[in-house]
Design a protein around this ligand. Structure first.
Ligand code: ZN
Length: 209
């Protein structure tokens, strides 16, 4: 089965592979962390893949796939990135966030399994990519469900931290939500229809807030 406009690009087995990789993410410390898998697809073939923590502890899957596994590979341009979790927009210790790697590697489209429920990231990764002209796609529904199950412990942990959010963080979250909805409304106006992708991401936002 093929997904999207171009039958030579992303296939269902690539989404399955990303989830399989995510399951390989090792535990890092006594806190729950997300399990993440990333696959880079060009002309229907996987040209790089990784899971969180595959090389260094806590290293992000997208970073490993796009940098460690693809350094000097010109073929990476115009490829599709399939990642089970929304790419990050900020990292500790001055590390370059995954959205920057995606932009500098000139990725054509990013297929996201689930938004990151971490309030520092949620929706910002997707908004950044859209604003930089990178297409966004979603995993098929049954795969999205699988990812939510895979990360249930992490999302529950993140939710347990919510009451301690500062006013500034709450305001940031509202701003993020506003940005996503504005972007979606622009797209809806352009297309004249509400796509299932738009509806789905809104459901995720409303559910998480
Ligand atoms: Zn990242």
């Amino acid at each position: 089965m093929t997904i999207g406009q171009n039958p030579n690009r992303v296939k269902k087995k690539h989404f399955a592979r990303a989830i399989e990789l995510a399951a390989m993410s090792p535990s890092e410390d006594d806190r729950p962390h997300p399990k993440v898998g990333a696959v880079v697809v060009k002309d229907g073939e996987i040209i790089a893949e990784a899971f969180r923590g595959q090389i260094g502890r806590g290293d992000h899957a997208e970073f490993i796939a796009l940098e460690r596994m693809s350094r000097g590979n010109p073929n990476i341009e115009d490829s599709d990135l399939i990642t089970t979790l929304e790419p990050c927009t900020q990292r500790s210790h001055d590390k370059k966030p995954c959205v920057s790697w995606i932009r500098t590697r000139r990725i054509r489209k990013v297929w996201i399994g689930t938004l990151d429920y971490n309030p520092i990231i949620m929706g910002k990764g997707e908004t950044y990519l859209r604003n930089n002209g990178i297409l966004i796609g979603r995993f098929p529904d049954d795969f999205q469900l699988e990812i939510l199950k895979q990360n249930a412990e992490f999302f529950k942990y993140i939710a347990s931290l919510q009451p301690s959010l500062s006013m500034e963080e709450l305001e940031n979250r509202v701003e993020t939500m506003r940005n996503i909805i504005t972007t979606e409304l622009l797209e809806i106006n352009k297309r004249g229809v509400l796509t299932s992708d738009n509806q789905r991401s809104r459901d995720l936002i409303v559910g998480a807030y």
